[in-house]
Design a protein around this ligand. Structure first.
Ligand code: 4AD
Length: 575
């Protein structure tokens, strides 16, 4: 029988199933032709039916069918073989999956028949939080003669794994974690077999010590005798499972879009729990030091830290701003309340996308009356160290900090104090250039990168003091011994840089008015601030500490964005 011939036309041919490969209906590629006709018939091909023919060229040449070259044939056959192998494998896999699905359906259908019920003859269960270790109400059993307390716990599935007939579930309730063991019929129910992460459940059982050599939170595990998934508690599985939406490998921008889910992760939740402890500790220390807490307005008509970062808005047809700092308002409280503080939001329309700038941040600010600059520095060191002592004295908070920042050590006191002019010398000696790539000189605003390099090399907290007036805010008074500089301080921390900005305040009416003039600010709107200098002024000073920056340092987080609940910065105002 004559060998069958198939035609390949690289120009007008088509690689589709309906094509027959005859001269009238040629294929486009040899690979497709070989794949379709594995009986290795004869193949002929031509380059072009419609292509340009050079002038004087042979018109018939382009129409000519030529046998396919050996090398091209070999390549096409190999390709076809590989494709066939791939298809076979896919087929095999599909079959395997179908079998698995059928098997699983069978198991699940059987599992649906298993109904568990609470054994009412067991002792009444005590409702506890997962971190509850109160020995007065909880005894741990040993799995033999010593019975443990029967408890009832609520939480979400943080992790789950199955080992043959036993299921291990780590439950999380925001207070702690508990290892739960499901055995026997409990592990065979439909709910157990389809349990997804984040599912909310109630579990009852006996608390026992973990066997020697094994580890579990609080050294104990819950041997469940009954569990129930809450009616509203089932968490999405499959493609929509939380592990498919947020994981360690998810991009940072996606994690921020899914912050509501990322917050359930161990790192994010630890940082937020440490944040709560730090904020509480500030309140505690201020109370100890007899500072009174006030709550200044967020909607204002005055600036504090320069017009460039003001968020402006229309306030009943008047221009107003979101506050940059509560400082000026705190100053007005001194005469009636003594030393005051606040923990409020400050807003900065920062257009830069650095790892330490937010558009909305939490500002711990305090104002101290009848002090000098030395008192201000001593107080700042005291408050930061006391807050750290309190935070580290709580075992859970300490554990979280050490897990987030294993090398953390309480800073040595006294903090290093360094004048701005000495910092400039230091930067010159260490050949760290300014933003223009030039050697630093007196008067330069030390930029973020240079500041951080210096802090990282020195590797301990630094009080950087006495900045030139030109690079600082209008309200800072001149140093009595050096008119070039102000009584100002930034506290710099390794890894982050500036976390505190503070200063003495201009307490003299005329000096303050001259400062407004110098800065081109109309003092009219500041009448309530300037009045302070008319009615019993006093030497006073204060500071603002960025809570997120303090946390970024304490918890060793790369960016302040991970140190607040739902970060706001240039380009992000969600979720
Ligand atoms: O140095 P700043 O601008 O000082 C003031 O606002 C003073 N009026 C505070 C006062 O004396 N009451 O800001 C103080 C601190 C900074 O050291 C930094 O920790 C934080 O506030 N901060 C920011 N944190 C996050 N994002 C931003 N955009 C920040 N701007 C300042």
């Amino acid at each position: 029988m004559a060998e069958k011939t198939f035609y390949i036309d690289e120009d007008v041919g088509k690689d589709v199933e309906s094509q027959t490969g005859t001269e009238d209906a040629p294929y486009k590629t040899l690979s497709f032709a070989v794949l379709t006709h594995t009986e290795t018939p004869k193949f002929v091909a031509r380059k072009s039916l419609t292509g340009e023919i050079p002038e004087g060229g042979d018109e018939s040449a382009r129409l000519e069918w030529k046998p396919v070259a050996k090398a091209a044939m070999k390549k096409a056959v190999n390709y076809a073989k590989a494709q066939q192998k791939k298809a076979a494998k896919e087929h095999e896999l599909l079959a395997l999956r179908a079998k698995e699905d059928a098997d699983r359906k069978k198991v699940l259908d059987e599992a649906k028949k298993i109904v568990i019920e609470e054994d009412k003859s067991l002792p009444e269960a005590v409702k506890i939080k997962l971190d509850d270790t109160d020995a007065k109400k909880i005894q741990l059993g040993d799995g033999k003669d010593k019975k443990g307390t029967r408890v009832r716990v609520f939480g979400r599935v943080h992790r789950e794994r199955r080992q043959k007939e036993v299921m291990f579930v780590t439950l999380r309730d925001g207070y702690g974690f508990m290892q739960v063991i499901l055995t026997g019929p409990l592990a065979k129910t439909y709910d157990a077999l389809t349990l997804t992460r984040e599912t909310s459940m109630q579990i009852l059982g006996e608390l026992r010590e973990v066997p020697a050599g094994a580890h579990a939170p609080n050294g104990r595990e819950l041997h469940a005798d009954y569990f129930k998934i809450l009616d509203v508690g089932r968490a999405a599985g499959g493609d929509d499972a939380i592990t498919n939406r947020v994981s360690k490998d998810t991009e940072h921008a996606t994690l921020l879009d899914l912050r509501h889910l990322a917050l359930r992760g161990e790192t994010a939740s630890k940082v937020m729990i440490v944040r709560d402890a730090v904020e509480f500790a500030f309140n505690t220390v201020y109370k100890e030091l007899r500072f009174r807490k006030v709550s200044p307005p967020a909607l204002v008509q005055t600036q504090v830290e320069g017009g460039a970062t003001l968020f402006k808005f229309n306030y009943y047809n008047e221009e107003a701003y979101l506050t940059q700092s509560s400082q000026l308002y705190l100053e007005t409280c001194l005469p009636s309340m003594g030393n005051v503080y606040c923990i409020e939001k400050s807003f900065r329309a920062e257009k830069s996308l650095t790892r330490r700038h937010l558009a909305e941040y939490t500002h711990v600010e305090a104002e101290l009356d009848f002090i000098d600059f030395g008192d201000l520095l001593d107080h700042l060191e005291e408050i930061m160290c006391r807050v750290l002592d309190i935070v580290m004295s709580d075992p859970v908070t300490k554990q979280y900090i050490m897990e987030l920042n294993p090398e953390f050590k309480l800073p040595e006191r006294p903090f290093k104090r360094m004048k701005y002019s000495d910092a400039i010398d230091w930067l010159v000696e260490h050949d760290i250039k300014n933003e223009d790539g030039e050697t630093h000189k007196f008067g330069d605003d030390i930029a973020e990168a240079a500041e951080r390099r210096m802090t990282d090399i020195i590797d301990k907290p630094i009080f950087l003091t006495h900045f030139p007036a030109e690079i600082k805010a209008f309200y800072m008074p001149k140093d009595k011994d050096d008119a070039r500089v102000t009584e100002s301080v930034d506290c710099l921390m390794p890894g982050v840089g500036e976390i505190v900005g503070g200063s003495m305040r201009m307490d003299n009416y005329d000096d303050l008015m001259a400062a407004f003039k110098r800065e081109g600010i109309d003092p009219t709107a500041y009448y309530w601030y300037t009045d302070q200098r008319k009615y019993g002024s006093s030497p006073h000073g204060g500071y603002g500490l960025g809570l997120e920056r303090f946390l970024a340092w304490l918890c060793k987080q790369h960016t302040v964005r991970d140190c607040c609940l739902y970060p706001r910065y240039f380009g992000r105002c969600k979720p």
